[in-house]
Design a protein around this ligand. Structure first.
Ligand SMILES: Cc1ncc(COP(=O)(O)O)c(C=O)c1O
Length: 386
């Protein structure tokens, strides 16, 4: 994408016209991703039908969800049957914490520095189910991979590792392949919170040894709040008992003429984890955004984001008073660059004055550009910081 400026300009004009007008420079995908025009159009069209339900047809219900599972599956190399739709990342984390066969005597390894959505579910499940949730110290601004690998190798009570792919505050990325391989070798489950990774990074679960991947779509997948999904590795699905029941997790509920037969058999695929009605309108929006990602090419998006973030990192070498919290190596970061500056408030104010959307987390300015941002915008952002 970087190498095709005309294509990027056309994409921005079509999908993010407010950017072309100069309303804002959005470098805050780690908080919330903008909805592309194609998603807005789909939401508007669906909103009309939702307001006047006589316009809704059968294609506006289950086929919307089928398409979402299929698109999310395509994005990460999973089958649609390995995808359960969720309304956020937290539900996917809870699924792992409550369905994996864990109990007294077992240890789940986590890390300090994690976003609470990947901590509290494990704490609560540990209390309810009797396992131990062990939070390992950080190595600098990243999870301590050496220590994690050591703990996996040395202690056979370790049964699961639960980590974020990318840190929400430092932008540090863990080596999924390395930790996943160690987990597989030791028969330890690997549950990943992917919300800060998927989009700026690509994932193929056919080659990546992961068991659960939870991902809200509201940030880097530029989708409505209330949309997201969890991947559950196919072989695990039959072994896991859903922690909650409603009606749509049961295969029998597909037949609207026979609800009262009450057949409680779960769906045989990941739909068994979906419980009840999913917010169709949000999923309609997510479908368009995911389809856009797939059209643009996830690998191209990854290299575009890498080029933008690399430029920011190079700039930090020359700018006084800025400490980079994000690891420099491209393989150890994703779309977030975290800058601890001497004057956080002042620098944040300068960015706001230049209409740069960003956030401040854990003592650093967090910049998080994406596929529709340009190198020119990076220069404006860096210029604003001085
Ligand atoms: C690593 C991580 N996990 C989860 C979330 C959000 O969780 P949810 O999608 O459940 O709101 C965030 C949001 O900032 C995050 O950074």
């Amino acid at each position: 994408m970087t190498d095709n400026v005309a294509e990027l300009s056309a994409l921005r004009a079509r999908e993010f016209p407010w950017e072309v007008r100069g309303d804002a420079i959005h470098f805050d995908h780690a908080s919330v991703g903008p909805l592309p025009q194609c998603a807005r159009d789909a939401l508007d069209a669906y909103g009309l039908k939702r307001a006047e339900p006589h316009r809704l047809g059968m294609d506006d219900f289950f086929p919307v969800l089928d398409r979402a599972r299929s698109l999310a599956g395509q994005l990460i190399g999973a089958s649609a049957g390995e995808i359960a739709l969720t309304t956020n990342t937290s539900w996917g984390v809870n699924l792992a914490a409550y369905t994996l066969p864990l109990g007294p005597g077992d240890i789940v390894l986590g890390s300090r520095g994690e976003f609470p959505a990947n901590v509290y579910p494990w704490m609560a499940a540990a209390k309810a189910r009797g396992f131990t949730f062990e939070m390992l110290p950080l190595a600098g601004t990243a999870a301590d991979e050496e220590l994690i690998l050591r703990r996996i190798a040395e202690d056979e009570r370790v049964k699961c590792v639960a980590l974020s792919w990318v840190s929400f505050w430092s932008g540090a990325r863990i080596d999924l392949a390395r930790i996943g391989a160690a987990c597989r070798a030791a028969e330890v489950w690997f549950a990943v919170d992917a919300i800060q990774g998927l989009g700026p990074l690509t994932l193929d679960v056919r080659t990546m040894p992961v068991d659960f991947v939870s991902c809200g779509a509201q940030k880097w997948l530029c989708s409505p709040w209330g949309s997201g999904f969890v991947y559950v590795r196919g072989e695990l699905i039959p072994q896991l008992e859903p922690p909650a029941a409603g009606w749509l997790a049961q295969a029998s509920s597909g037949d609207f003429g026979r609800f009262l037969d009450y057949d409680p058999a779960w769906h045989t695929d990941a739909r068994k984890f979906e419980v009840g009605t999913i917010p169709y309108q949000d999923i309609v929006g997510m479908n368009e955004s995911l389809a856009l990602f797939l059209r643009l090419g996830p690998k191209q998006i990854e290299s575009h984001v890498r080029a933008l973030t690399t430029r920011i990192i190079e700039w930090t070498h020359k700018r006084r008073g800025v400490k980079l919290l994000t690891p420099e190596a491209a393989a150890s970061r994703a779309g977030i660059v975290a800058l601890a500056t001497n004057d956080l408030d002042g620098d944040s104010k300068k960015l706001r004055a230049a209409k740069v959307t960003h956030s401040v987390r854990e003592g650093a300015i967090r910049l998080s550009p994406h596929f529709h941002n340009t190198m020119e915008e990076v220069e404006v952002v860096l210029g604003a910081l001085g």
